[in-house]
Design a protein around this ligand. Structure first.
Ligand SMILES: [Zn+2]
Ligand SMILES: [Zn+2]
Length: 255
């Protein structure tokens, strides 16, 4: 399995529009890994390229990464930073599967794309806890808690188990906790560094505590926003701990 992080920013990306904070200012001046486009991940599975989420930046992300093959798209939830780029696939040359929860698919048709959506994609219903197995791998969606219905994804290939937690808050169901426990690699979205009251996302601190509690072998954090620490400071901070990586746009992990 190969995992490519095409974008690693929170909802507003870094730099955020018209923001003059120290983090955004540094990102504009220095560029490089301080720049974060909105979050998307490409999983290269046996004979199948699966894109998780279609942020508004998706066209530029695919171009920058030289990606010309996508067989399926998995949508975690309806927030703008995760689906706004779906319409770009009107211009995709090949057919593409769209794994999306049935309620959200109906909503996308009703509110965004009308009859054009079935012209863009082959719809594949997903149901939490029910795996889809083909080509010697499986994907199993599971529900997480967020401001709207939201679905993480477990990916299994041979003995390797990778889990993407999507935009989850810290209150995982007992089922979700058992899915996450002991994974070889867990990807979590952590816009903030410290925990916040009534937040519908995880913080870096909460994700690190979860890693210890559930015996995660390797933790990769992504979906950082400009309130979080800049990339170089995150790298320095995580160097004090085992098995924690701050993702950056372009990070590739191969097994
Ligand atoms: Zn998000
Ligand atoms: Zn969200």
């Amino acid at each position: 399995m190969r995992i490519r992080f095409l974008g690693t920013g929170g909802a507003e990306g870094i730099p955020a529009m018209a923001c003059g904070c120290a983090h955004c200012t540094r990102a504009r001046q220095e560029g490089g890994r301080l720049i974060r486009r909105r979050s998307a991940v490409l999983f290269s599975l046996p004979g199948y390229e699966l894109l998780l989420d279609t942020p508004p930046d998706i066209k530029a992300q695919l171009e920058t990464s030289g990606i010309r093959e996508i067989n399926g798209i998995y949508i975690t939830h309806e927030h703008h930073d995760h689906i706004a780029g779906l319409e770009e696939f009107l211009y995709w040359r090949e057919g593409v599967d769209l794994f999306v929860e049935p309620g959200l698919y109906r909503k996308l048709i009703r509110e965004n794309w009308g009859k054009r959506l079935p012209e863009i994609v082959f719809h594949m219903d997903i149901h939490p806890g029910i795996g889809v197995c083909f080509n010697n791998f499986s994907i199993v969606p599971f529900e997480v808690r967020h401001a709207v219905p939201c679905f993480g994804l477990e990916l299994n290939e041979d003995h390797l188990r990778v889990v993407h937690g999507a935009d989850s808050d810290i209150r995982f169901s007992n089922y979700a906790r058992s899915v996450i426990a002991g994974t070889d690699l867990l990807i979590l979205n952590t816009p903030f560094f410290e925990s916040r009251e009534e937040e519908s996302h995880l913080s870096v601190q909460e994700a690190m505590a979860l890693k210890e509690e559930l015996g995660i072998k390797r933790l990769v954090l992504t979906h950082f926003n400009h309130f979080n620490r800049p990339h170089d400071e995150l790298v320095e901070y995580f160097s004090r701990f085992e098995g924690i990586t701050a993702a950056y746009d372009g990070l590739c992990i191969e097994f």
